[in-house]
Design a protein around this ligand. Sequence first.
Ligand code: GN1
Ligand code: MG
Length: 361
Amino acid sequence: MTDLISIASLFAIEGDILEIKPLGNGLINDTFKVVTAGQSPDYVLQRINNAIFTDVDLLQSNIEAVTRHIRAKLLAAGEDDIDRKVLRFLPLRDSARTWALADGKYWRVSVFIAGANTYETVNPYYSEFAGEAFGHFEAMLADIPDTLGETIPDFHNMELRWRQLREAVAADKAGRMSLPESREILADMEKYASDMCRAEQLHREGKLPKRICHCDTKVNNMLFDADGKVLCVIDLDTVMPSYVFSDFGDFLRTAANTLPEDDPDTERVDFRMDIFEAFARGYLRGTASFLTPVERDNLPYAACLFPFMQAVRFFADYLNGDTYYKTLYPDHNLVRTRNQLRLFHRALSKVPQMQSFIQQH
Ligand code: GN1
Ligand code: MG
């Protein structure tokens, strides 16, 4: 068994460790809370999934650059309580590096932010704060001096995700393409694939920039204070150059869905316009300093793109035999696919409403 206490002790933590217990429910890394005695802060210990984040050094140097830049911005803006508004990763006891290789696995430690809440769902009131916070996050990173690498190259590139699905279909490693439902899902996706690749097209035409984005703006990747204000954005592994659609679309994918992304009751999946409107209002405010008309006009497309891309990714993993996302039962990725595809259709049906909302704001 991995001795988590000795691993945590490689890092410059203060205080004696009382216990280490699982934290959160990410689908990629394993996360633990390190509880310490007395007045010392608690910490978050993470085992980095290096099958997915293959360049841990790049991963951590991106994160260090991002947190350093945000910290400096918050200081310059005279913010209080900065340690609760940006993550702080600890160096090792014997070097400045913020990751360790122990037991054949990669690890890192950050300070646990106390008195903060995470949620799996949000109401419109919280969504507006979230929109503004992700907008600010992008705005603060607009002038970061460091060049960030892509921790997962082409992470939100729809053309690549579509190609990967085609490859999964051709290889049919788990023999799941013979199911009639698999063929129906594929046929449905095929109808929309080329339109959903619009972002790459716009980028090639020079009409759509890449900016530093968070790229995993799930609701549960934000910490809220007791009043519902956003304290801090967490889970910075995927912060990298991307289209702003990533942050806008991925938040709504989780927040505007009436159900969790793996709820099997697909019929009840819907895309909530009240959440869309509140989030968009906040986001447009947070990004007013830089958003271009092309980016703005395509926000309704982004709201459709992310459920679609996620359905494609879940379905490809299902066909590959569940090698990427953690699954709890054999059809888990199929259930997720159905859910996200339905969400995509619900969002698509509301594009005219979304467009008129954006035009009016
Ligand atoms: C993964 O690690 P987690 O659960 O925050 C995934 C996201 C998906 C999400 C689906 C690196 O995020 O892209 O949208 O699952 N992260 C990676 O729930 O692939
Ligand atoms: Mg997460």
